[in-house]
Every structure is written in structure tokens, then in C-alpha cells.
Design a protein around this ligand. Structure first.
Ligand code: MTE
Ligand code: MO
Length: 215
């Protein structure tokens, strides 16, 4: 008798645990706020100061263009962009307005994308364009030499629209205005003097964090 009760008990436990584990569904990813002993900022800590306010990109109709001084022009869907090795980096964004945010970024290496398209030897500058008409540029050497990534996740969650979904440039060691959000086009160029949105309005073209952004 005892044995039967025991067997029923075990069967019930197995059944229940089966049900419970089937019930567990991950509804949303939870933001990471600590990484290797360091506290992170929150994706809610950013100030909204984009030139035209937040952009809401319809991902079904989204494509990322790779153009200019490349062997093969590319037009990639969101999934096609993400269909390669991901990398993460802990980097702090500093805005010229005096605030900052330390975030664990995750995304893809720009040099992987560019090498796939084939970098022409004359190229020395990478110009980025965004959905809101914003643009900025950075030296090709900087992008390649520093393993610069284009992020689709922040603190382990998919980047919110307000923060730059689908992709934001993680321009480490550069002021926030180089961290272009809502990227739609990457152009390889041989014009190191190209000036983006804020650069045309007086911000420094190199955007180095250790220098003043004016002048
Ligand atoms: N497309 C686009 N990217 C942009 C901007 C913008 O106006 N449009 N603003 C830049 C600036 S000045 C900063 S500081 C960072 C972070 O801005 P956020 O706090 O609005 O996310 O985004 C940068 N990327
Ligand atoms: Mo900024």
C-alpha cells in the first residue's frame, strides 16, 4: 500500500513539474544592470535629444544599404545583418550636454560587414546615415582598428525604438553625436572632410572624447 502511495506521489510530482516547466515562457528579456562587478546605467537613463525625436522603424520594410567604395553594394534585411557573429562590449556614452550612460552593448562587427562588401583601396572614411536624416562620419582605420560594433541590444535587451532600433553605432572614445541611431545606410568614401549633422553645425569632426567638441 505504502509503495502504491509512493508511486502515485512520484507520478504526481513528475506530472506537476512537467506542467510547470511547460508553463514557463519567457515573456520579455530583463535588462542587465550589473556586469562583472560594475553597475550599469539603465536603457531608461538616456535623455531624449534626437534632432527629430524618436523614430519608429517598421522592421519588415527595413534594409541596411552598404554603398560607395565597395566591390559589391549590399542591401540587407534586419535578419541578414544579424546573421553573423555577435560581440559585446561595455562602453560609456558621453553626450556633450553633460550626461553619460554605461551600457553593455551587443551587436556585430562593422569590419565583418565591410569586408563582406569588399573595401576598395581608396576608401578612408565611413559615412553613416539614419532614418531621421541624421548623418555622421568616422575614419575607416578607427572603425577597423578598434573593432567598432553596431549594436542591436543594450544590457541584454533588444534596443528600444527610442534608443535607436534597429541599430546604433557604438562609437567608443567619441562624443555621443558620433553614436548614430536608426542606421539605414553605410557609405565608404574617400572624403575625410565629410561633415555630418552636428559637425556641420560646429562640432568637431573627429569627435574625440578627450578633446573639446567645439572647434
Ligand atoms: N539618428 C540620430 N542619431 C543620433 C542622434 C540623432 O539626433 N539622430 N543624436 C546623437 C546624440 S547627440 C547622442 S548624445 C546620442 C544618444 O542620444 P539619445 O539619448 O537620444 O539616445 O545619440 C546620437 N545619435
Ligand atoms: Mo549628444
Amino acid at each position: 500500500m505504502n509503495r502504491i502511495v509512493f508511486v502515485i506521489f512520484i507520478a504526481a510530482v513528475l506530472l506537476l513539474s512537467g506542467c510547470v516547466s511547460e508553463e514557463v515562457r519567457e515573456l520579455q528579456e530583463v535588462e542587465i544592470r550589473e556586469y562583472q562587478g560594475e553597475n550599469l546605467s539603465s536603457i531608461g537613463d538616456f535623455r531624449e535629444n534626437s534632432i527629430k525625436g524618436p523614430q519608429y522603424i517598421d522592421i519588415e520594410n527595413y534594409s541596411l544599404e552598404i554603398t560607395g567604395l565597395v566591390e559589391n553594394t549590399k542591401s540587407l534585411s534586419y535578419d541578414e545583418v544579424l546573421n553573423r557573429q555577435k560581440y559585446s562590449k561595455l562602453v560609456t556614452l558621453f553626450c556633450v550636454e553633460g550626461w553619460n550612460a554605461k551600457i553593455l552593448w551587443e551587436g556585430i562587427l562593422l569590419k565583418d560587414l565591410l569586408n563582406e562588401a569588399g573595401i576598395k583601396p581608396e576608401a578612408n572614411t565611413v559615412i553613416f546615415y539614419a532614418y531621421d536624416g541624421y548623418s555622421t562620419s568616422l575614419p575607416l582605420d578607427y572603425i577597423i582598428g578598434n573593432d567598432i560594433i553596431m549594436a542591436h541590444k543594450m544590457n541584454g535587451v533588444v534596443m528600444p525604438s527610442e534608443r535607436g532600433f534597429p541599430f546604433e553605432l557604438v562609437a567608443e572614445e567619441k562624443w555621443g553625436y558620433k553614436w548614430i541611431k536608426w542606421i539605414t545606410k553605410i557609405e565608404l568614401s574617400n572624403d575625410p572632410e565629410y561633415r555630418g549633422y552636428w559637425e556641420q553645425r560646429g562640432y568637431s569632426n573627429n569627435g574625440d572624447l578627450d578633446k573639446s567638441f567645439v572647434g
